[in-house]
Design a protein around this ligand. Structure first.
Ligand code: RVK
Ligand code: MG
Ligand code: MG
Length: 324
């Protein structure tokens, strides 16, 4: 018999995509601000969630690019690089704000110039920005039943723009966090962090993951400890932060994204990543209705994301059934 307290798979897919978009859109007005400046207006996560800025919640590049990843998976059942680039080009909206290097690579794609050379050389060794991790959540949902495949497909989803090993590994880690969160019935901190650490290769991720695993729920641990993991635009100073924000408040979407935003810095992206994990675990009903209602709903807005989540679930069930 279905345990009523467990979100359905539909609810988890919707919760993940809309949780990402709401985190991104609520964090966007604070991107680049310091924690102290945000605290003057919003002393706590609860203040922010209960009294968000009155304007419509508009998402940024994080959600826009995650849409391209989800569309590719729905169409191809896997990350097909050609299709992914096609979706990135079709969805490219510079006004949503992209990373400086990502913008150059995407504009080369739009102009049909050699974007791969730019992705490899614009930054030495490629980009280690968090742009591959911010968009990867649909990969975590699609391959939640097969973590080896999830890890490989997350890498493929990063490559068009992020070829630096740390940019790739950040995306793999975030996808795995989403995959696990979308599957587990009850959050077990030790199991969760052990599964993540097991797949990681770089100390840039294993060390902070170990530290994050030692924190407990907000209240028992100090929420200010989240700042230790960074609030930057680099994958190494934001991916574990988002994971830690979720793990500190696994039963509250509000606290997860609110605490992520109150850190300042790359607020839209850290809240997008944390919100995707939290939504995948708690389901759509955990996202406050007044925030969902405020999320932009034209073209590829809230309603589109809901339909995309449903199509992604169908695509996932098809491949998961084929494996079983
Ligand atoms: C505007 C030196 C490097 C580097 C390397 C730095 C949106 C650069 C989203 C670069 C996210 C920045 C964010 C971001 C996503 C990366 N050496 N510095 N090898 N690799 N950086 O440009 O998609 O907000 O300063 O590839 O990862 O909301 O500009 O873009 O916050 O990290 O952008 O990396 O950015 P990019 P991205
Ligand atoms: Mg953004
Ligand atoms: Mg950002």
């Amino acid at each position: 018999m279905l345990d009523k307290s467990q979100p359905t798979i539909e609810s988890r897919f919707e919760g993940c995509l809309l949780g990402l978009a709401v985190g991104d859109a609520l964090g966007a007005p604070f991107e680049g601000m310091s924690a102290d400046d945000i605290a003057q207006r919003y002393p706590s996560a609860q203040d922010l969630i209960e009294n968000p800025p009155p304007e419509e919640l508009c998402y940024t590049d994080d959600t826009q690019m995650a849409i391209g990843v989800a569309e590719t998976l729905v169409k191809c059942g896997r990350i097909n690089e050609r299709e992914l680039c096609k979706r990135f080009v079709a969805n490219y909206s510079p006004e949503r704000g992209y990373g400086a290097g990502a913008k150059i690579v995407l504009e080369a794609m739009v102009d049909e110039r050699d974007h791969k050379v730019l992705a490899a050389n614009h930054f030495p060794g490629g980009s280690f920005g968090n742009g591959a991790a911010m968009r990867v959540a649909p990969v975590g949902l699609m391959f939640r039943h097969d973590h080896e495949r999830l890890w490989r497909e997350a890498r493929l989803s990063a490559l068009p723009t992020h070829v630096h090993p740390l940019g790739i590994e950040g995306a793999q880690l975030l996808a795995l966090a989403v995959g696990i969160a979308s599957t587990i019935e009850a959050f077990d901190r030790d199991d969760f962090f052990a599964s993540l650490a097991e797949k990681c290769q770089s100390q840039d991720y294993t060390d902070p993951l170990r530290k994050a695993s030692l924190l407990s729920d907000v209240g028992a641990s100090d929420v200010r400890d989240l700042a230790l993991f960074g609030n930057g635009i680099e994958a190494t100073s934001s991916v574990v932060t988002a994971i830690a924000a979720f793990a500190m408040s696994p039963n509250s979407y509000d606290a997860t994204i609110g605490n992520a935003i109150l850190l300042g810095g790359d607020t839209d992206t850290i809240a997008a990543m944390a919100g995707a994990i939290s939504g995948a675990y708690l389901g759509i009903t955990a996202i406050p209705f007044h925030l969902l209602e405020h999320l932009e709903d034209q073209e590829q807005g809230a309603s589109y994301l809901q339909i995309l989540a449903s199509k992604l679930r169908a695509a996932h069930e098809k491949i998961a059934k084929a494996v079983a």
